[in-house]
Design a protein around this ligand. Structure first.
Ligand SMILES: [Zn+2]
Length: 301
């Protein structure tokens, strides 16, 4: 064939030929005015993986699994920009999900790997692939002390000098949500039993939405071909953003759907927040106090 090529920085027109000399190696020759074939240059093609794949650790797990979700109870801390539930001095205990985007999830890491079967990036979060939205759970010990209520962990913590007839009264009175009197007993175990049901209820709300939640992860996270990211760290950082955004969005929906946390968002119902609290409280109360009253029934003072 006749072609134009640069040889020694000069444009020449001559016949050229391409000769395979090895695996992915070629010589390009031109027909010289001297009447023979001269070497113009050599070419070698080196096979490489597309960017990203070379740096992606191959996955050992063959399937992408969307993370699970489980709320984690935490104590109030100043890192949460929202208020401490106990600033309301009427409260004896409080439970409230963390609403702010940067703080609402317990810290986690994302690991990215490259799935050789699907040729896609795959992600997993640590803690067995479980994300943990934080929920603040507090016993308001200062508020309790300011009302001169006596606080004990459980029945075992009652002073031997306190009449057991009165303990039974205190337990019976506690059937009413929010009950307290100065110089009478409140029990942490009962207060926490109530608060724990708020956590369970929030957990149930989260799982109500889990199908949509999981689908959104799969759609967003199982898409990326290897060239989408140059390094594993880039893939992990991107996945982290998606995980945080998606979890945040669905957690807010779950909070709104919770019968008590979401109450303020659904003011059209006739049921008051107190009614809902009492219903929850009654559920907790019977489970614990029936044993206590039995335990104390033989007491004589
Ligand atoms: Zn409550």
């Amino acid at each position: 064939m006749v072609d134009r090529s640069c040889i020694n920085n000069q444009l020449v027109e001559s016949e050229t030929q391409i000769i395979q000399t090895g695996n992915n190696k070629y010589d390009i020759k031109y027909y010289s005015y001297l009447g023979n074939w001269q070497l113009a240059t050599t070419l070698e093609f080196i096979p490489t993986q597309p960017p990203g794949c070379a740096n992606g650790e191959p996955c050992t797990d063959s399937e992408f699994k969307e993370p699970g979700i489980k709320p984690k109870s935490v104590n109030y801390s100043n890192v949460f920009p929202q208020g401490d539930p106990c600033v309301n001095q009427n409260l004896l205990a409080g439970t409230i999900p963390v609403y702010t985007k940067n703080e609402f999830l317990e810290n986690y890491n994302v690991d990215a790997c490259f799935n050789l079967q699907t040729q896609k990036w795959q992600f997993v979060v640590d803690n067995n692939n479980v994300l943990k939205p934080r929920i603040i759970q507090e016993i308001c010990e200062n508020n309790i002390a300011n009302k001169n209520i006596i606080l004990a962990d459980s029945l075992d913590g009652v002073s031997p000098n306190y009449p057991c007839k009165q303990v039974v009264e205190d337990i019976n009175n506690f059937y009413q949500y929010g009950w307290w009197q100065p110089d009478r007993y409140l029990f942490k175990k009962l207060l926490l039993g109530h608060e724990e049901l708020h956590v369970e209820s929030y957990n149930a709300s989260l799982h109500t939405f889990y199908d949509w939640f999981g689908e959104e992860y799969r759609n967003l996270l199982a898409l990326f071909p290897c060239e989408r990211f140059e390094t594993t760290a880039q893939a992990e950082a991107y996945a982290n953003t998606i995980i945080r955004d998606v979890t945040y969005k669905w957690s807010l929906i779950a909070i709104k759907a919770d019968p008590i946390f979401g109450f303020w968002y659904h003011p059209y119902t006739d049921i008051t927040k107190e009614d809902l609290e009492q219903a929850l409280h009654t559920r907790m109360y019977g489970n614990i106090t029936s044993w206590w009253i039995e335990a104390i029934s033989n007491c004589n003072n």
